[in-house]
Design a protein around this ligand. Structure first.
Ligand SMILES: Nc1nc2c(ncn2[C@@H]2O[C@H](COP(=O)(O)OP(=O)(O)OP(=O)(O)O)[C@@H](O)[C@H]2O)c(=O)[nH]1
Ligand SMILES: [Mg+2]
Length: 340
């Protein structure tokens, strides 16, 4: 499966103090290749030059590595791009990236300058003084990157987003709380659904895979707490997370519990349906009743009445009865949808 999770390799971004510590510690341990003709001043100078070079290579290397591992935001799949913009202040991100490059350049330039200074110093003390001066300047350059490193360290939160294969259809399962969404995902998934997180809330996303004889047929997504209420009741950040879902190529399974044992009456559930349908109007949707094992005939009839004109499936998501028909229908509608 070609899963794409653009944030998976984002590294831990160090604080300025940690970066400085590592660089200076490494430099103090760096070994120096001593010339055969030993002259004390020359040996001292070589030691200081090695320290300057080690600090430079650690700092510049680390800053470049951080930059390289950051995603190219504008070429991300729109789902991940939206999630990125939701989490990260994009202006600050761009500024941080630019400032990291700039800082690397300055450190490299200073290194050249101080290596020359050390070379031309007249004794060991002067060489050591120049090296310390270099350390001081590097430390202050890195300290100025505090906010930038902080912004970049936020990106790792996106690691927890689910990975999707964008070449395979995605089925988003929606419906009021407790109607049987997770049960539905479990029924149709071949293995245990993978649980990922929406980093900005306590909400998780679970992705199940339906595997056929020729590989993954569809990915089934459950977003607990996101698509289970009318959108008017959402705060801004949740709404944006929902908007990001619109970028996923796929369709919606909307579940309704006519028994109302979910704790929400039929009218409330239909209100959620209206709202989700409005939000995802360009996506095919299949509606199914759940809990038909415990709903009364009267309750089922009432639900079907209110959904007159719609094709409504019936399932028991506890015992996985009638669920594959729902998936097959949605996949069929989605194929037709793609051709139009
Ligand atoms: N009798 C019966 N119980 C069901 C059925 N489907 C789900 N349940 C039960 O209903 C409860 C909620 O099911 P879940 O699958 O967790 O529902 P959900 O929509 O994922 O709930 P939230 O994630 O909290 O919104 C559980 O106790 C299930 O065992 C069904 O078809 N019949
Ligand atoms: Mg659930």
């Amino acid at each position: 499966m070609v899963s794409e999770q653009p944030f998976r390799n984002v590294p831990e971004v160090p604080s300025p103090d940690d970066l400085i510590d590592v660089a200076f510690r490494r430099a103090s341990r760096a070994s120096v290749k001593l010339p055969t003709k030993r002259d004390r001043t020359l040996v001292a100078k070589l030691k200081e030059i090695t320290r300057v070079r080690t600090v430079t290579s650690v700092v510049v290397g680390r800053l470049r590595e951080i930059k390289r591992s950051m995603p190219m935001v504008d070429s991300l799949n729109p789902f991940y791009r939206d999630m990125f913009y939701l989490m990260i202040d994009s202006d600050k991100f761009k500024i941080a990236m630019a400032r990291l490059s700039k800082a690397s350049q300055i450190v490299e330039r200073l290194a050249k300058e101080y290596v020359n200074k050390i070379r031309s110093s007249s004794d060991a003390r002067e060489a050591s003084r120049s090296r310390r001066e270099f350390y001081g300047r590097v430390a202050s350059i890195i300290k100025e990157l505090k906010e930038d490193l902080q912004v970049l360290s936020e990106v790792k939160k996106l690691k927890r987003l689910p990975s999707f294969d964008f070449d395979v259809p995605i089925i988003i399962v929606s419906g009021a709380p407790n109607v049987g969404k997770s049960s539905f995902v479990k029924c149709v998934s071949t293995a245990e659904p993978e649980i990922a997180e929406y980093p900005f809330t306590t909400k998780s996303v679970s992705v199940g895979h339906i595997i056929g004889p020729r590989g993954v047929v569809a990915q089934v997504v459950d977003t607990p707490g996101l698509l289970d209420r009318p959108l008017e009741e959402r705060n801004k950040i949740e709404l944006q997370a929902i908007i990001a879902l619109k970028n996923l190529e796929g369709g919606i399974v909307f579940l309704i519990d006519p028994s109302e044992t979910c704790g929400y009456d039929l009218d409330y559930q239909l209100n959620v349906l209206r709202s989700v349908r409005e939000m995802f109007k360009d996506k095919p949707m299949v509606i199914a009743l759940t809990k038909i094992d415990i709903a009364s005939e009267e309750q089922i009839r009432r639900a079907l009445d209110k959904l007159r004109g719609e094709r409504v499936f019936r399932c028991n998501t506890l015992q996985c009865v009638g669920v594959s028909e729902v998936v097959d229908e949605l996949l069929k509608v989605m194929r037709g949808h793609d051709r139009n």
